[in-house]
Design a protein. Structure first.
Lengths: 304, 322
């Protein structure tokens, strides 16, 4: 029971990171981006490549940072991957979403995002092969926190949780303390009014993609560290991340953080009552529950 | 020669069944602007319910009701409609993309349930033991397939005529009015959420009909038949054919199904063996590119929606639509 709760919190840390970017995009560009989960895969695989490159260029970074299985090279690779994934999100928007946005209705964007998800997922599959890979082949030993009840935690997972919380705190400071944060929230509230007051809409949209992509990259790497890297990981992550945004309320960053943890904990706690085969349905049940009780989520507001 | 002909019949039967599904989606997306992200769940509900209701008794899971075939098919349609009604009731009042996410979730959960719940529909093994209608009289040969195709074609035509009349009726006008300007329609005393729910359920019943026919055609359905792939294919058919145009929907179904079959055949025939593992990946990239490409360069589809002029004014102003 406590083990499931703990696993849920650890799962929640990467779901939250993924959901923050998604909720911002859904709020500001007003469409459900089904290709957001593919940014997680993109980031995870970009980090895999960068890790190999950095390790090759600077072999002294390949020493493990005990007790973690992480290396300095992987941490640098994560930072590079954040930038690369953010830029990819920007390029995808330029090439596809921006054009569809200018031509059609909001919902055409949803179709386009499904199409992009199919393309990205399968191109990754073509490049890296369909079988799973890992960042480190070494076995990461779990630390026993307590023997009765048995509670196991891997040091890597603790690192993931702390790093995710640190990133969220930095984002909180940016949103609440900087002019950029104000303009971002202003655009989310009312794009035209924000523009009248001198906020550059195009630049804000670019920033949203950069932030969303960067956080998605970290989320993808953390998923890869906790589980494994596989081209179809986006397919399995898309529903939990959407559930996190709906539970938290579309547009609310803090809601997305809380929603991510709620979805993670619920999916793991469900193992107590349901056979593990049903885990993929849990986010959907959570969505239904929220729509029935509080349709606009915990922190969301009604908007047509 | 008979081989090619019987293959063509097989191809045309599958394409016609898919065309019925595309017509159902067209009512939802093309005419009403409702985004159904879980087409395959409603299709699958039709297939599963038809086989369970019309099949012989099965060990270990629900089934063996052995209903008269048309009743079983109606049951399949009802199952799809019921599912749509529940989802629609919860989401249609909310922001548009809630429906997209919720229906996508329905599809994931449906596949998940069918794969795991052995007591319900045989789990991963699927539902077997279904006797195709009139099989005792006609056997399994070419004559049966030809007759089955004729039946499917008749149902396709009937669905087409039904939808054409529906779209031309005052109700169809109401659907377009809500799609174009919800506030204006509401100001005229119409209830957008109620009308949307009706259209969503009707479209899903048609999807269930297509699913029921699909299940009947193969006399077997398993979780492999309700993968998200089918949703993407049916969308591509509608977007390529032309959303809002029923003829476009049918045209798109045959075109995309032809392209899909042909690309699969070409890859298995000409690609080296080690590349064939990636056949699925290539086909998905293809279908994704078709969807994105159409939305970017020809969002109205190959056969665009025709403007319906309800009241013709003076000759010089006839070009005004709706």
């Amino acid at each position: 029971m406590i083990q499931h709760l703990l696993d849920g919190v650890l799962t929640g840390s990467y779901l939250s990171l993924g959901a923050i970017g998604l909720t911002l995009v859904m709020h500001i560009l007003r469409f459900a981006n089904f290709s957001h989960a593919e940014l997680l895969s993109l980031g995870a695989y970009a980090a895999l490549v960068c890790d190999a490159l950095v390790s090759g260029l600077a072999p002294f970074l390949t020493v493990k940072l005990a007790p973690l299985s992480l290396t300095g090279a992987l941490i640098i690779a994560i930072l590079i991957s954040m930038v690369l994934t953010g830029l990819s999100a920007l390029i995808i928007d330029r090439l596809v979403f921006k054009r569809v946005r200018e031509r059609g209705q909001e919902l055409s964007m949803v179709f386009a995002s499904f199409g992009m998800a199919l393309i990205i997922r399968n191109v990754i599959g073509l490049i890296f092969g369909l079988s799973p890979t890992l960042y480190s082949r070494d076995i990461a030993f779990a630390v026993i926190l307590s023997r009765d009840p048995l509670i196991l935690v891997k040091p890597d997972q603790v690192f993931v949780l702390i790093a995710a919380l640190a990133l969220m705190f930095i984002l909180h400071l940016i949103l609440s303390r900087t002019t950029f944060g104000y303009s971002l929230r202003a655009v989310a509230e009312n794009p035209s009014l924000a523009q009248v007051n001198g906020v550059n809409l195009q630049r804000t949209i670019m920033a949203v993609w950069l932030i969303g992509g960067g956080l998605a990259a970290v989320a993808g790497v953390f998923y890869g560290i906790s589980h494994q890297l596989i081209p179809v990981m986006g397919r399995d992550l898309v529903l939990p991340i959407f559930a996190a945004t709906i539970v938290g309320g579309i547009g609310s960053v803090y809601g997305a953080v809380l929603g991510g943890f709620i979805v993670g904990v619920a999916a793991n706690m469900a193992l107590v009552v349901l056979p593990s085969g049903y885990t993929p349905s849990v986010p959907f049940l959570l969505i239904l529950l929220v729509l029935m009780i509080r349709p606009h989520g915990l922190f969301g507001e009604a908007r047509a | 020669m008979i081989g090619i002909f019987s293959y063509l019949i097989f191809f045309a039967t599958t394409a016609s069944i898919l065309a019925i599904a595309v017509l159902g989606l067209n009512l939802q997306w093309g005419n009403t602007g409702l985004f159904n992200g879980g087409v395959v769940a409603f299709f699958g509900a039709g297939a599963y319910a038809t086989l369970i209701l019309g099949g012989t008794a099965q060990a270990g899971h629900l089934g063996g009701f052995g209903l008269f075939y048309p009743l079983a098919l109606l049951g399949g349609m009802a199952a799809a409609g019921l599912m749509a009604w529940i989802v629609g009731l919860l989401t249609l009042r909310l922001r548009h993309d809630y429906l997209a996410i919720a229906t996508f979730g329905v599809a994931v959960a449906f596949e998940n349930l069918m794969r795991n719940a052995e007591w319900l529909a045989g789990g991963a093994k699927g539902v077997r033991g279904f006797e195709r209608p009139l099989r005792a009289a006609l056997g399994d040969g070419f004559a049966y397939n030809l007759l089955f195709f004729a039946g499917v074609l008749l149902i396709l035509i009937a669905t087409y005529l039904f939808l054409e009349r529906l779209v031309a009726s005052p109700f169809g006008r109401l659907l377009r009015a809500i799609r174009e300007d919800e506030a204006a329609a509401a100001s005229l005393g119409k209830s957008p959420s109620k009308v949307r729910l009706t259209a969503f359920v009707t479209g899903s019943v048609i999807l269930g009909l297509a699913g029921g026919l699909y299940g009947t055609f193969y006399a077997f359905v398993s979780p492999q038949d309700v993968l998200p792939t089918l949703t993407f294919q049916i969308w591509a058919m509608l977007i390529v054919g032309g959303a809002g145009n029923n003829r476009g929907a049918i045209f798109g179904a045959f075109l995309i199904w032809g392209a899909w079959t042909l690309s699969g055949w070409a890859l298995s025939r000409f690609a080296p063996v080690d590349v064939q593992l990636y056949t699925g990946s290539f086909q998905f990239i293809l279908i994704g590119s078709v969807i994105v490409g159409m939305l970017m360069w020809r969002p109205q589809g190959l056969l665009p929606e025709r403007l319906v002029v309800s009241q013709r004014g003076k000759p010089q102003s006839t070009q005004q639509g709706e």
